[in-house]
Design a binder for this molecule. Structure first.
Ligand code: NAP
Length: 252
């Protein structure tokens, strides 16, 4: 199993769903954790932090809306004050608002781009000075197979996820000489509150399963291992990549 060696990982959107599974997976592998979510998720984030501490690692909770530069700056300062630094960043916070291109309100486009794309830029920019100073960093961004393929009513979501994959390919080139890697994970359909947007209708769910080589919907825990790989020294020479973690979904 990948070993965190007591390194510090900052995970955004960690109160529930995929972020919670990533947090618990990293704790089990020996990473100390700075766990972020938006302030309204305080109860859920503190519960995740308590679960993670049971693995014997240090855990701090750091609240911020990732689309606010001021809040992100304060969050990274809080994480560094509590745990010393950040070695690994997992950009996981994201939102999905369904709507066709024809009917999508402008504010829905802005909200999705603000959290899913600008949020990744802001948090990454804020941790880079810490990573540069120590000559080491791992940046893992949760994109989506939606950024490579996409489904109706998710054009803005797909655009936001394609954006972070492009961002990551350039980031990898800029920060590689500093000892920092940057990669994306592209989950398929994962059973979380967000994933249920795709799964409410039993017929739709059956159709997704039929398109998936593993013949099942993904669990949040399915994402944790590949993220831990990108956060560790096992991936030291892997950068700029976007890895599907989708059970082999075939979009024919
Ligand atoms: P989720 O269950 O909705 O959890 C996302 C968490 O992020 C929530 O706690 C949410 O809080 C928080 N968050 C939202 N906006 C935030 C902000 N501005 N600042 C900080 N935290 C914020 O979603 P999930 O399914 O676990 O998805 C996690 C990531 O995986 C997302 O980037 C998503 O796009 C990606 N993904 C998911 C799937 C899937 O099938 N589930 C597939 C591909 C990719 P609130 O609930 O209060 O907004």
């Amino acid at each position: 199993m990948t070993n965190g060696n007591g390194r510090v990982a900052l995970v955004t959107g960690a109160s529930r769903g995929i972020g919670r599974a990533i947090a618990l997976g990293l704790a089990a592998r020996g990473f100390d954790l700075a766990l972020n979510d938006i302030a309204r998720q305080k109860d859920a984030l503190e519960a995740t932090a308590t679960e993670a501490r049971a693995a014997g690692v240090r855990v701090a909770t750091v609240y911020a809306d990732v689309s606010s530069k001021a809040e992100v700056t304060a969050m990274v300062a809080d994480a560094a004050a509590a745990l010393g630094t950040v070695h690994a960043l997992v950009n996981n916070a994201g939102i999905l608002i369904a709507g066709t291109v024809e009917a999508l309100p402008e504010d829905a486009w802005d909200a999705v781009m603000d959290v899913n794309a600008k949020g990744v830029f802001l948090v990454t920019q804020a941790v880079l000075p810490l990573m540069k100073a120590q000559g080491y960093g791992r940046i893992c961004t949760i994109a989506s197979i939606g950024g490579k393929h996409g489904a109706p009513e998710q054009a803005h979501y797909s655009a936001s996820k394609a954006a972070v994959m492009g961002f990551t390919r350039v980031l990898a080139q800029e920060v590689g000489p500093l000892g920092i890697t940057a990669n994306c994970i592209c989950p398929g359909i994962i059973l979380t509150d967000m994933g249920r947007v795709n799964l409410d209708d039993p017929e739709v769910r059956t159709a997704w399963q039929a398109k998936t080589a593993m013949a099942r919907i993904g669990d949040p825990e399915d994402v944790a291992g590949p993220v831990a790989f990108f956060c560790s020294d096992d991936s030291a020479f892997v950068t700029g990549q976007s890895l599907n973690v989708d059970g082999g979904i075939v979009l024919s």
